[in-house]
Design a protein around this ligand. Structure first.
Ligand code: ADP
Ligand code: MG
Length: 559
């Protein structure tokens, strides 16, 4: 550990820009924090340097009850990152990745469970006059602005004590609620009073105004759950089994499903979805024509293709809407999904339904597709995989649904009894399958997941949609539960971690490798992922990582 960073920077005034590299390492700052230049910057146009500010526990002085558990530490870190981002606003050279409405584990800020010390990681564009070092400005940024960030954002004395406590307790309640689902036989919960609609498709904050209808649960599905801080909360419990959401267009069906979709993540106070949760093994599915599929057994949904290809070991470079959705469903179950969400708006109709009239017109042996309506019950009964389906356009699901919820002007009601009455009148439709046969576990070839380009790893996110991984551009547009662009970076680093640590070893199945991954990351994912590269990232779930692996164009499965 060196001292005298300020003097050092002053001394570098006007020197060649490359000499910044000599500062890489740890510096003790006068205030007692440690400034670590983790990675330098080779020239003024290169990606910013990486700086870590380590604030010792006695300096941060955060009460231990705020960082006692992993959940509390994640919440507290998220809160501190937001404070730090606020404290550097206006400084263009500094960027703290604070995140949006979700409270994710991210690299920008971590709190140690051992001593309550805080580490803030950020990008710092090191200042220059052209290719010469601007030492005075660098001194201002690193030795004045950053210590001020510590002073204002990372010390308990500077925080609003009630606000930080509320933030932590809000997240803890969400986690408690999610953890309670299993024991209650539920896959999701939507609290009374929750605000589900968002401001716009590109603005994830809650909708505002007099037109917003807060959620109100139907009597038949109302459940009360006791939470550690909020006490008893009531709301709609979404039970295990086959759940159908019906109702007219624009009545709020997709909005409800989207709330369940993001219910795998915790939300900040004031978001409106703090107490909207779903099981962490919930996966949203959609059609995604054009995607690649590598050796997936989709024969439960697609069989007897006109070209005679074997759909129990099915590959394509260019899947259709229906085969892509069938493959994504099988892959999700393979990766461990226990709840599947499907919205008619983004589903392939021909994979969802085939009504009586079409069954009469087109004989089964001329139709490769078996609609989900015929296997969805077995998915739950035989495989323990529940579903929530938004389906306003076809009554065929009334027969197979355990529960039917109708949305009417954003208000849900339970119409199960009526739906079953209607379904009792035969339509002449006959089932096309007895059961869902299960999924075949595949073994990825790690050599087909190579991040290196000319000897150096390339892992880069382009927004929420594309991951550059080695030579591959992985299209993640259809992976809708990615909550944050930095999570795409997190997916890339996770993938590389799985390869480097030999989890994907050419022997293990993908599911086994994902189990090892979860085990390794259980005590905190940031450390292991930082060992791949110091970068702004948010930690993904295994399902998003699996979805990315499945979308790598060059992926090979050994079996
Ligand atoms: P559907 O899927 O039934 O066609 P959507 O969920 O897409 O309907 O909702 C239609 C519109 O209504 C959207 O613009 C959405 O933001 C808005 N909306 C949804 N729920 C509410 C609500 N509770 N209060 C106010 N507006 C809502
Ligand atoms: Mg819709």
């Amino acid at each position: 550990v060196r001292t005298g960073l300020a003097a050092e920077l002053r001394g570098l005034e006007g020197a060649q820009y490359g000499r910044y590299k000599g500062l890489v390492g740890r510096w003790e700052m006068p205030g007692g924090e440690l400034l670590e230049l983790v990675r330098g910057q080779s020239d003024p146009y290169a990606p910013p340097a990486r700086v870590a500010l380590h604030v010792p526990g006695r300096l941060a002085a955060l009460p231990p009850e705020l960082w006692r558990t992993a959940t509390r530490r994640r919440a507290l870190s998220s809160y501190l990152a937001r404070q730090a981002a606020h404290a550097v606003r206006g400084e263009k050279a500094l960027r703290v990745d604070a995140g949006g409405q979700e409270v994710l584990e991210r690299s920008s800020c971590t709190v140690s469970g051992e001593d309550g010390s805080v580490t803030l990681r950020l990008g710092a564009a090191l200042p220059g006059h052209g290719r010469r070092i601007d030492g005075r400005e660098a001194e201002r940024l690193l030795c004045q602005v950053l210590p001020r960030v510590v002073e204002r954002a990372l010390r308990y004395a500077a925080l609003d004590a009630d606000e930080v406590q509320h933030f932590v307790e809000t997240v803890e309640d969400s986690v408690a609620l999610r953890d309670a689902l299993d024991g209650l036989g539920l896959v999701g919960f939507v609290a009374d009073g929750a605000v589900l609609p968002r401001r716009s498709g590109v603005d994830d904050r809650p909708a505002t105004g007099s037109g917003v209808v807060p959620f109100a649960s139907p009597d038949a599905l109302r459940v009360t759950v006791e939470l550690p801080h909020a006490g008893p909360v009531t709301g709609m419990g979404v039970p295990e089994g086959v759940n159908l959401v019906v109702g007219g267009g624009f009545h709020g069906k997709s909005t409800l499903l989207r709330a369940l979709e993001t219910g795998i993540w915790d939300h900040v106070p004031g978001d409106g979805r703090e107490l909207v949760v779903s099981r962490s093994e919930t996966v949203k599915l959609r059609a995604e024509d054009g995607r690649r599929v590598e050796r997936v057994d989709v024969h439960a949904f697609v069989d007897h293709l006109p070209d005679g290809s074997d759909t129990s070991d099915f590959s394509t470079q260019n899947a259709s809407g229906s085969t892509s959705q069938a493959a994504s469903l099988c892959e999700a179950v393979e990766a461990g999904a226990r709840v599947l969400l499907i919205d008619e708006d983004t589903a392939a109709t021909n994979l969802m339904i085939r009504d009586a009239r079409m069954q009469s017109l087109v004989a089964k042996d001329r139709e490769p597709l078996t609609p989900l309506v015929d296997t969805v019950r077995s998915l739950h009964r035989d495989h323990g995989v529940s579903t929530v389906l938004v389906m306003g356009g076809s009554g065929d699901y009334l027969e197979v649904a355990d529960r039917v919820v109708m949305m009417d002007a954003y208000r849900p009601s339970d119409v199960t009894a009526r739906a079953h009455e209607i379904a009792a009148v035969p339509t002449g439709r006959h089932a096309e399958a007895e059961s869902f046969p299960g999924v075949v576990a595949r073994v990825p070839d790690p050599s087909s997941l190579d991040a290196e380009v000319r000897g150096r790893p390339r892992i880069r996110a382009r927004g929420e949609d594309v991951l550059s991984f080695g030579d591959h551009e992985v299209d993640l547009r259809a992976v809708e539960q990615i909550a944050d662009p930095r999570q795409v970076t997190g997916i890339g680093l996770t993938l590389e971690l799985m390869v480097r640590r030999g989890m994907l070893d050419g022997q293990r199945t993908l599911a086994e490798a994902l189990d090892l991954l979860d085990e390794l990351l259980a005590d905190g994912a940031t450390g292991p992922l930082l060992s791949i590269r110091d970068e702004d990232f948010a930690v993904p779930r295994r399902f998003e990582t699996a979805a990315a692996i499945n979308r790598v164009r060059g992926l090979r499965m050994l079996r």
